[in-house]
Design a protein around this ligand. Structure first.
Ligand code: BGC
Ligand code: NOJ
Length: 814
């Protein structure tokens, strides 16, 4: 069953009924002002940091679902009926409801009793504000008198404090209303130099800023007393809960259309120019007023929307493909790339499942996100890399997370996730392959943000590798620390007390438990760094890294192979995890996927065997599960992984983030059919038909789909912010379609299904447009390339030496 359809031409997903199984979200903003918005206008906005600078309030995990948003009410002033054109919060019956989620915007529309209304929500480029364009048309044969209300609830900035510290917060709320604009200025009187505002293009006939006045006592957003009565009360909030509500009057002749623009924004003043007049407590509005005036102008708003559209044309135009599979095309050309931008911007901070107060930006997460993002905005990727590296510790270790606003490592969670530093190498390698910008390696970057400790970025990469070498365990495998990629495999935390953190309550000395996964990652990262060193002419260093990866390979062969698959780890007692000897958790996806991705075991048959075992034991029709058999009880020595009921999350759920490792592994074995089959099993578009089972958005990946041990097998959770976005994009584009960046140029080495006659693609790479067409003449993966008609050796197309800006690449597969 479906709840909408893809409109590929307009790059939109169109939702045709409001009661989707879960709120289906979109993101607004892509630079510093952001919002999440659901198909019924739920969600919230923030400036840079979803915890520390939250503009509007959202009620997570509330009932009814998805409450708090950018709500419009329309009231027929003759019949006195009122409704919300986005369905929520009134949930009044509607006709022709549609929600179009597009690239950085959402349009929600419907009609009721002959009054049609559409609201377009978006954030203009380079501005810290959002625009709501509400277009109302009278389809009746008679004149209509309509009151329009627009409302939001302000959050008192720090979302964590806002949700807990009521004894203080009920006293601090402050607003100003000037020229019909509502300014939210809680704490502006003291240490804040920022405020929010909410404005309307129509002369208002009323406003409210005190929640109780707007809603009425003991009332909800579904039935505000003022909307019911048809008149706002011009209330001024003193403490309690400031809101922003505007009322406008629309007299509409039959067939007449009017548009009202609302602008919600964030503004900062210089600390010594906060007040006007100086010495007063009144906000200095000199610099904000022109901004407000500009975007309340409909023409300016339309122009800003057009700029946003062109911006996305440019971003998505960097890679476009046409294959025989509509789901591949749609995800690669539109939605997966778009999701990669969201994960880059948000890391794992703000979604329907991430409250915006829980975590900052993850070190490993943000590095991996680069794999799917770097081609779209290399300059931003560069900045992110330098920010991440600046939180690295002198030992080469990394804070697991950092706060985007302060760019400092997060002390609460600290360091000691032993895979973290290696991902920096993976991220930087992706950046170098994309851009060829070698200067980044010479950028001075501090350790732990300590000024004076700056070393070239290259030094950080060296320390990342050294960090693993300094922490080898009894078998010579890397020690796992608090956890490796699998945050929930906690082998040094024997936690028997409810509420303890599985990751940070470390009560083992960490000198025994080892990770085969980190060993594989080390091999991969070691080779990447060796390649980088070689490119810089550092031959001796390159061979040293290769030597280290070879030692690791030998250890994996001796202590990391279980006979039919790669082991996962050794626990604190030195016992195997992910082995046929285990009672449960005999085989894991991570070590098998990543070993083969890294090319381990390709020569001696281990890789083929590992993929075969993965298919046999872990693959299901909804994707590949983390491990089998699922843990049926809590294991003190394994930690959080066994805290989940079987089939969920890391306990044998289908973790969509790691499925691509197996897809890439299959391509390394030349198995295009298997790789694309795995790709399709979790491709959200290919799952659209089973939306009632899948439940999450059909246009973006979710972190997890319940595994076969779960009663809800096939149900997705935690959509949007997941490494799944980047890894699937990377797997399909770079390994299955095989259009792969390398230090030397663009490699073309497709491993596609046998049934595909070929495909065409356009790739803008280092300033050159590559028009690629691949034709299949045989069933294999042997490629013969011509560039502008001339045959070339091998699979790497070097950048044109004669300054050509467009080249035609033809590939024949046999
Ligand atoms: C999640 C991780 C998270 C961890 C923290 C896991 O279930 O997948 O994202 O870091 O829990 O406890
Ligand atoms: C989600 C986390 O963000 C990521 O860092 C981790 O690797 C996976 N969960 C698996 O635990």
């Amino acid at each position: 069953m479906k709840f909408g359809y893809f409109d590929d031409l307009n790059r939109e997903y169109v939702i045709t009924r409001p009661d989707t199984p879960l709120p289906w979200m979109n993101y607004l903003g892509c630079q510093s002002y952001f919002g999440i918005i659901s198909n019924t206008a739920g969600g919230y906005s923030f400036y840079r940091d979803a915890r520390l600078r939250r503009l509007t309030r959202y009620r997570y995990n509330n009932v009814p679902l998805d409450l708090g948003g950018r709500y419009i009410y329309l009231r027929d002033d003759e019949s006195m009926e009122f409704w919300s054109p986005s369905w929520q919060p009134t949930r009044h019956e509607l006709k022709d409801y549609t929600c179009r989620h597009g690239m950085g915007y959402t349009v929600i529309g419907s009609s009721y009793s002959g009054i049609e209304a559409h609201t377009r929500y978006f954030v203009p480029l380079d501005e810290n504000l959002e625009i709501w364009q509400v277009t109302v048309t009278n389809r009746r044969s008679t004149k209509a008198t309509i009151s329009g209300f627009a409302s939001i609830e302000f959050c008192l900035w720090d979302a964590q404090d806002d949700a807990t510290n009521f004894q203080r917060n009920f006293n601090t709320g402050q607003v100003e209303v000037e020229d019909g604009v509502i300014y939210h200025k809680t704490e502006y009187r003291e240490r804040r130099n920022h405020f929010a505002y909410f404005a309307t293009s129509e002369p208002g006939v009323g406003f409210d800023t005190q929640r109780e006045s707007f809603l009425g006592r003991y009332r909800g957003w579904d039935k505000p007393a003022t909307v019911e009565a048809g008149q706002l009360t011009n209330s001024i909030a003193h403490g309690w809960s400031p809101v922003g509500a505007h009322q406008v009057k629309l007299e509409l002749e039959p067939g007449e259309t009017r548009q009202v623009v609302f602008v919600l924004g964030y503004h900062e003043n210089p600390v010594d120019e906060k007040f006007d007049p100086p010495g007063s407590q009144t906000i200095n509005k000199k610099t904000v007023k022109p901004v407000i005036a500009r975007y309340l102008d409909r023409k300016e708003a339309d122009a800003a929307f057009e700029r946003l559209r062109l911006h996305w044309d440019g971003l998505l135009g960097i890679f476009q493909v046409s294959t025989p599979d509509v789901h591949t095309n749609r995800m690669v050309n539109i939605w997966n790339a778009y999701q990669c931008m969201a994960t880059f911007n948000m890391s794992r901070s703000a979604s329907f499942y991430e409250s915006g107060i829980g975590r900052g930006l993850g070190f490993r997460d943000s590095n991996q996100d680069l794999l799917g993002f770097v081609h779209m905005a290399p300059a931003r990727a560069r900045e992110r890399i330098l920010d991440l590296a600046a939180t690295q510790l002198p030992t080469g270790g990394a804070y697991h997370q950092y706060q985007p606003l302060t760019k400092r490592g997060n002390n609460d969670i600290g360091s000691g996730f032993n895979d973290d530093p290696l991902w920096l190498i993976v991220g930087v390698a992706a950046y170098l392959k994309e851009t060829g910008d070698w200067s980044i390696l010479d950028e001075p970057v501090p350790y732990d943000n300590e000024s004076g400790s700056e070393q070239p970025l290259y030094d950080h990469l060296q320390r990342s590798l050294q960090y693993t070498l300094d922490r080898l365990g009894p078998h010579g495998l890397p020690l796992i620390g608090r956890a490796d990629w699998n945050d929930c495999l906690n082998l040094n935390c024997f936690s028997d007390t409810p509420g303890q953190s599985f990751q940070t309550t470390t009560n083992k000395d960490g000198k025994v438990a080892e990770s085969v996964f980190i060993a594989a990652l080390f091999v991969h990262a070691g080779r990447e760094l060796a390649g980088i060193a070689k490119h810089r002419g550092l031959e001796a260093e390159a061979s040293r890294y290769i030597g280290e990866t070879e030692k690791n390979l030998a250890v994996i062969a001796e202590h990391g192979w279980d006979g039919e698959w790669f082991l996962r780890a050794y626990d604190d007692f030195g016992a195997k995890i992910g082995s046929k000897e285990c009672e449960e958790g005999k085989i894991f996806i991570e070590s098998n996927g990543f070993c083969v991705l890294a090319g381990i075991g390709l020569e001696d048959g281990k890789a083929a065997k590992a993929m075969e075992s993965t298919r046999k034991h872990l693959a299901t029709k909804h994707g590949i599960v983390v491990q089998q058999p699922a843990y049926s009880r809590y294991y003190l020595n394994l930690g959080e992984i066994s805290s989940y009921p079987p089939g969920y999350k890391e306990n044998a759920g289908i973790f969509c983030h790691v499925n691509p490792w197996v897809m890439i592994g299959e391509t390394r074995l030349g198995h295009g059919d298997e790789a694309h089959d795995y790709y399709s099993r979790i491709n959200p578009s290919a799952r659209e038909q089973i939306s009632d089972l899948h439940r999450c958005e059909p246009y973006v990946y979710a972190q997890m789909i319940a595994g076969k041990d779960a009663p809800t097998f096939g149900e997705a959770k935690n959509s949007w912010l997941t490494g799944t976005a980047a890894w699937n994009y990377y797997a399909i584009v770079q390994w299955i379609l095989g259009i792969r960046t390398s230090l030397d140029g663009l490699e073309i080495a497709p491993v596609i299904p046998k049934s595909w006659p070929g495909f065409t693609a356009t790739r803008v790479f280092r300033g050159v447009v590559y028009k690629i067409s691949i034709e299949r003449k045989g069933e294999g993966n042997q490629i013969a390339l011509t560039v502008d008609g001339a045959p070339i050796e091998g699979s790497i197309v070097s950048p044109p030496v004669d300054g050509r800006k467009e080249v035609l690449v033809k590939g024949i597969l046999s």
